[in-house]
Design a protein around this ligand. Structure first.
Ligand code: PLP
Ligand SMILES: N[C@@H](CCOP(=O)(O)O)C(=O)O
Length: 401
């Protein structure tokens, strides 16, 4: 049993209403379960495969989900980078290992399943890339037509390729992501498409399972800190919401310090935390190499600020150079291939550790959100091109010398 509740004024709505914002105050909605009526134990969960659907009692889908086997992603111990930073318990949860290569799949399995349960005939999103790649794949699996709006020229190649190949109608707008989201929201309200950005309360339910899995992979121990790159701020809000639910159920007895990392050229959440603002000030011209988090007006900011403040967490920004340096370090020292936005979480921890802003004994989980192959152009720009030689051994030996 669950209902939709406004995160701001508490107004409630029926779960089968197609609604994204509160009719009374305009703020976002969230899914509220009757936790007293939830009858499952951690042992029962532990007997199931590690996956989004291990936690189905805390998800809104009632029927057979539209699934591509999402979740169950690896948690890597970053031994070398951790040692350099004096952090013996530094981990990366590699969300790039999901079916379409990002954490969005956790949300879309739930969001598209709900679209089908609610009888929606088409789905849509705005995207910096990963949301569209994921929605296109899950819409294909669910047999629902899909429209995606992208900021022209600002989406990494691999992500556009995915949306096209999975059969979405792909529209590039001459404007940024924030404008694309406003437009698609209007389109969905006026023409009855189902909106699957993070304003959709059901989609975020799937994303909260990142936190559940991380705890299960640490043998049931709550990490001291969970670090996420922040763009539209849905993921950090979702993980926090999920952990609050576990706490209410008595499955955990404390919350990790929720820590958000943004790019220096696109850091409205960081500024709101640093300046102790009640309401975030949007940035009109966000810019960063980490195009996935090139977002100036994060729609979930209100919830993200609560998550960070209520857990004693923090927010920090990293430059594009710091992001790319960490992308290379993860690839070359740990064998972990991530896209730039994902490297931001670990780059942020490097910065906080070097500035003495975190305790070196902390157990830290950095969520690395998307796969290296999402953005091959940024990879190629950083690396020496392959050496082309004649096809004989002496040319090979001289090239290797
Ligand atoms: C790879 C990647 N990392 C991080 C983010 C930021 O997540 P959120 O928008 O939920 O803050 C996104 C998209 O938003 C993304 O695609
Ligand atoms: N990085 C995102 C931006 C959209 O965020 P959403 O969580 O609101 O869908 C993307 O991949 O498009």
């Amino acid at each position: 049993m669950y209902r939709l509740v406004c995160v701001h004024c508490g107004a409630t709505y029926s779960p089968d209403q197609i609604i994204y914002t509160c009719n009374r105050c305009g703020h976002l909605l969230t899914v509220e379960y009757d936790l007293d009526g939830i009858n499952v134990s951690r042992d029962e969960w532990n007997r199931r495969p590690l996956s989004v659907w291990r936690y189905r009692e805390l998800l809104p889908v009632r029927g057979e989900p539209v699934s591509l086997q999402e979740g169950g992603t690896p948690l890597y111990h970053l031994k070398k980078i951790g040692k350099e930073l004096g952090l013996s318990e530094l981990y990366a949860k590699h969300e790039g290992m999901n079916p379409t290569g990002s954490f969005k799949d956790r949300g879309m399995t739930v969001g598209v399943s709900m679209a089908c349960e609610l009888g929606m005939k088409s789905v849509a999103c705005a995207s910096t890339g990963n949301t569209s790649a994921s929605l296109a794949a899950y819409a294909a699996k669910g047999g629902v037509p899909c429209v995606v709006l992208l900021p022209a020229g600002k989406v990494a190649l691999g992500k556009v390729a995915q949306a096209l190949m999975h059969g979405a109608r792909v529209i590039s707008i001459r404007g940024n992501f924030d404008r694309a989201l406003e437009m698609v929201h209007e389109l969905c309200i006026s023409h009855g498409l189902y909106l699957l950005n993070s304003v959709n309360p059901y989609r975020l339910e799937g994303q909260k399972t990142i936190g559940f899995e991380a705890i299960d992979q640490l043998g049931g121990e709550v990490p001291d800190r969970i670090v996420l790159p922040v763009g539209n701020a849905g993921n950090i809000s979702a993980v926090y919401k999920g952990l609050r639910e576990l706490e209410t159920l008595g499955f955990i007895d404390r919350l990790p310090m929720m820590t958000g990392i943004q790019a220096a050229g696109s850091q409205p959440v960081v500024k709101a935390i640093e300046q102790n603002l009640e309401v975030l000030v949007p940035e009109s011209a966000p810019e960063t190499v980490a195009t996935a988090i090139r977002i100036g007006a994060p729609v979930n900011a209100e919830k993200a600020l609560v998550a960070i403040r209520a857990t004693g967490g923090t927010a920090a920004s990293v430059t594009d150079e710091e992001i790319l340096a960490m992308q290379r370090d993860l690839a070359r020292k740990e064998g972990i291939g991530v896209e730039p936005a994902s490297a931001a979480s670990v780059a942020g921890i490097r910065k906080l550790a070097e500035n003495g802003l975190i305790d070196k004994d902390e157990r830290i989980v950095c969520v690395v959100t998307g796969h290296l192959l999402k953005d091959p152009e940024t990879v190629v720009r950083q690396c020496e091109p392959p050496i082309e030689i004649d096809a004989d051994l002496s040319s090979l030996l001289s090239a290797l010398r």
